[in-house]
Design a protein around this ligand. Structure first.
Ligand code: HEC
Length: 158
């Protein structure tokens, strides 16, 4: 099941049965005034090993397109953004989660893509037509992938 279908299934369940989905939806993430997100998006801790894969995989986070990370073996690593080494010394887990979900809450002018962000309008029907407008695109990462990346970032200590 691809991540979009999974996400839609979650939304559909919430609509149909009125059951709260365990995951925080992209539009419901709560940022504090510093851009931090205190609560795990899945309600559970992430897996740092999976997070390392997400961070170095092109269609996923592809963090290494912009950042250098010594702990990753990706061949090409960009240098248009600060190296992520020591990120856990500079930022709290909540702040790192906020940066990964949507860095603009922490760095207002950021060019870093919001990894768990959708447009303001969610129109589930369009997802099945294959003609979804940009506002309907699923987030780049799932909630679980965000938590995995956060867990990986928490291992980056100098
Ligand atoms: C398109 C380029 C780009 C991509 C892709 C990108 N970032 Fe960034 N990121 C930036 C830039 C630029 C900054 C510097 C802050 C700003 O935006 O002004 C930044 C800042 C950060 C910071 C804070 C810097 C610090 O002091 O450690 C973290 C953490 C971070 N990014 C994590 C990630 C992770 C994790 C991913 C992948 C899921 C990622 N970034 C993908 C461009 C990018």
């Amino acid at each position: 099941m691809n991540r979009h279908v999974l996400w839609m299934a979650c939304a559909a369940t919430t609509f149909a049965a009125g059951i709260a989905c365990a995951e925080t939806a992209p539009t419901e993430v709560q940022f504090d005034e510093t851009g931090a997100v205190a609560q795990s998006l899945t309600g559970a801790p992430g897996n740092a090993e999976e997070g390392a894969k997400v961070a170095s995989t092109r269609p996923l986070g592809n963090c290494v397109a912009c950042h250098q990370v010594a702990a990753l073996t990706a061949d090409f690593q960009g240098n248009i953004a600060p190296a992520l080494d020591g990120a856990a010394d500079r930022w709290s887990e909540a702040q790192l989660r906020g940066i990964v979900v949507d860095a603009k809450h922490t760095f207002p002018e950021s060019m870093m893509p919001g990894m768990y962000k959708t447009g303001p309008f969610i129109r589930p029907g369009d997802a099945y037509t294959g003609k979804a407008a940009p506002a309907d695109l699923p987030p780049i990462l799932t909630a679980a992938q965000v938590e995995d990346v956060v867990a990986f970032l928490m291992t980056l200590k100098d």
